[in-house]
Write a protein that binds this ligand. Structure first.
Ligand code: M6R
Length: 608
């Protein structure tokens, strides 16, 4: 996950920037760089590898400017070379970037046709050229950024400095975090409060879609529509704590909002964004071509991630998948084919039942691949291959960002296996990879529904029971939605495959029963419409989480609809997880529950 730092002040800033970048090292990176203005001209120093390489270069070529930006890069588009390291610059502007610019290819073609010359393999460079293009039309630096931002698709944070503008630093946030730090005659930008802690504890967090203009005297905030915005200052304890809640009330809220960033980071670990192919970051101790079946085992939310992945492995890799909750699987005496593959999924990597399932499968001669978030955990240590989720520490007991990162990893594995087994050709693989790359941006888009979800939560909080329905990959997501609501609000909830409704649960439906239907307009949508009609006929209150077409084509009386952006159906469960999580979160908040530490639950279940 890249790190961003920016400072605008009165004295040289390069050393402070490197000091601040050191505090972002925990995010992981493979190159780094700093740009400042010297005598009004943009100058940069960049280095491959760790910050000590950058510091050594800066000793040889000290940068003197009083405005600057710095960056630690986690390579996504293009190798971790000095040339691809940030800041990227033209003769007008230098920029650092965290996240993914999804439409960089089309922008690059457009700008190349207008005479811009690109020198790197990165997506970021289009941002520098796009802003330059606007400046060449006669716009000021600030107006050029305002004109360029709406043209960028994806989840990102950006910081800019400009040739001939020693008192100007601009930041922008869409789906990746960015904070402003308030100093005396000096202002700061940072990926998080931790980066800013050496300078100040007075912070303003940008809202999604915001951008900010900083001078040594202060900050002016603008919202996504370009209108001036007021954003509150908060005091942080960031210097003392490595993990803080940012400007969120709960860790769970923070973790929900981190998802575009951490899912993007996780995808970047498994995909070659430039060529549009899966590139697993490890050697497999087996050949996917020789597999005849996969077994998946896990608990709770991790199990639901595995259940969604079952659809993907079957569809893309043409492999039959057996899946069971670990507490059952471990005692079933399940026969396993020698040389088969067992995938275990776990955030903590310490869940006792999952570990026991792993050990059983090992005894049965299976290769063990674990999808884990804590890479030093027992499950990771006892696996043949560890497919890391790069979600960062998950503190809230209710799993959110670990879940979507598990989905991201499992999707990459399914597509990678499909391509290795010849079940997917290169064109289809590239299409699926492009769909995956769009996930962080779609998740960020889903946050726009939060005020509506908050209002809906007030109704849901009055319910005694809630039903979640879905088909295909939205069926396991319905199970996850019900689990999320149960565990933090204590409202009884059940998830069902929508087609199962008339085999029993329909008996529960009456005017008091909210039924949350997860239904994008996909191949099985029409079937789900029939199920919604059955609910409506019995007075159930239907809440549709679906796209515009789903709403338009269904002709069902909805109690509420949560409109999701249009997307290819394949991996829709990843962005659809966001409203499902937000609904559970806000319902629990309305009810005054202890969201981060719900009663009776532990984050890591190390007993049976
Ligand atoms: O650490 P793990 O992923 O192995 O944990 C598995 C479950 O205990 C966990 O997902 C649990 O269901 C969460 N509380 C769900 O939010």
């Amino acid at each position: 996950m890249c790190g961003i730092v920016g400072i605008v002040g009165a004295s040289p800033v390069a050393e402070q920037i490197v000091e601040s970048l050191r505090r972002l090292e925990y995010r992981g990176y493979d190159s780094a760089g700093v740009a400042t203005l010297e005598n009004g001209r943009l100058t940069r120093v960049r280095a491959e590898g760790k910050l000590k390489n950058l510091a050594a270069k800066l000793q040889e070529h000290p940068l003197k400017g009083a405005v600057g930006i710095g960056h630690t890069r986690w390579a996504t588009h293009g190798r971790p070379t000095e040339n691809n390291a940030h800041p990227h610059a033209t003769d007008r502007v230098a920029v650092v970037h965290n996240g993914i610019i999804e439409n960089f290819r089309e922008l690059r073609e457009e700008l190349t046709a207008r005479g811009h010359v690109f020198k790197t393999e990165t997506d970021t460079e289009v941002v520098a050229h796009l802003v330059t293009d606007e400046m060449q039309k006669g716009h000021s630096a600030r107006d050029a950024v305002a004109a360029a931002l709406p043209r960028l698709r994806g989840a990102f944070a950006l910081a800019f400095i400009f040739n001939g503008e020693p008192d100007l630093l601009i930041g922008a946030r869409q789906g990746a975090p960015l904070a402003v730090g308030w100093g005396e005659g000096e202002m700061y930008l940072g990926s998080d409060a931790l980066a800013l802690a050496p300078f100040t504890n007075t912070i303003t967090y940008l809202d999604d879609g915001d951008w900010v203009v900083l001078t040594p005297k202060g900050a002016q905030f603008f919202d996504a529509s370009g209108l001036p915005a007021r954003r509150a200052k908060v005091q942080t304890q960031a210097s003392a704590f490595l993990v803080d809640k940012g400007n969120h009330r709960h860790f769970m809220a923070k973790e929900i909002h981190e998802q575009p960033e951490v899912v993007g980071r996780t995808l970047a670990h498994y995909l070659d964004m430039s060529s549009g192919a899966v590139r697993l970051p490890f050697e497999l101790p087996f050949d996917p071509k020789t597999l005849t079946r996969i077994t998946i085992s896990a608990c709770g939310t991790a199990y639901y991630a595995g259940l969604i992945a079952k659809y993907w492995f079957e569809r893309y890799a043409r492999l039959p998948v057996e899946i069971d909750v670990a507490s059952e699987f471990r005692y079933r005496d399940a026969p396993m084919v020698d040389g088969g593959l067992m995938i275990v999924v776990s955030q903590s990597g310490e869940t006792a039942d999952t570990l026991a399932a792993l050990r059983y499968a090992k005894e049965q001669g299976q290769h063990i691949l674990s999808v884990v978030n804590v890479q030093t955990s027992t499950i990771a240590r006892e696996s043949d291959v560890v497919a890391a989720t790069l979600a960062g520490p998950e503190i809230g007991v209710a799993s959110t960002k670990a879940f979507t990162c598990q989905l991201a990893v499992l999707a990459c594995l399914a597509v990678g296996f499909g391509s290795a087994r010849g079940a997917l050709d290169a064109t289809r693989e590239a299409e699926l990879v492009a769909d995956l790359i769009s996930m962080p941006g779609l998740m960020a888009e889903a946050f726009k529904r939060e005020p509506q979800i908050e209002a809906l939560a007030r109704d849901l909080a009055k319910a005694k029971d809630v039903l979640y329905l879905g088909r295909g990959t939205n069926y396991p997501l319905a199970l996850e939605g019900a689990l999320k609501l149960k565990e933090i609000s204590y409202i009884h909830a059940e998830g069902y495959a929508a087609g199962e409704l008339k085999h029993g649960p329909i008996a529960l439906i009456d005017e008091a029963m909210p039924v949350i239907v997860l239904a994008p307009f996909d191949a099985v949508f029409e079937k789900t419409v029939s199920n919604m009609q059955e609910v409506a006929a019995r007075g159930g209150k239907i809440v549709l989480i679906g796209d515009a077409r789903a709403k338009h084509e269904s002709a069902v009386p909805f109690f509420a609809t949560i409109a999701m952006p249009d997307m290819a159906p394949d991996f829709a469960a990843i962005p659809y997880a966001v409203p499902v999580q937000m609904l559970a979160y806000h319902t629990a908040v309305v009810m005054g529950k202890d969201v981060d530490q719900p009663r009776n639950l532990a984050k890591s279940v190390t007993v049976e």
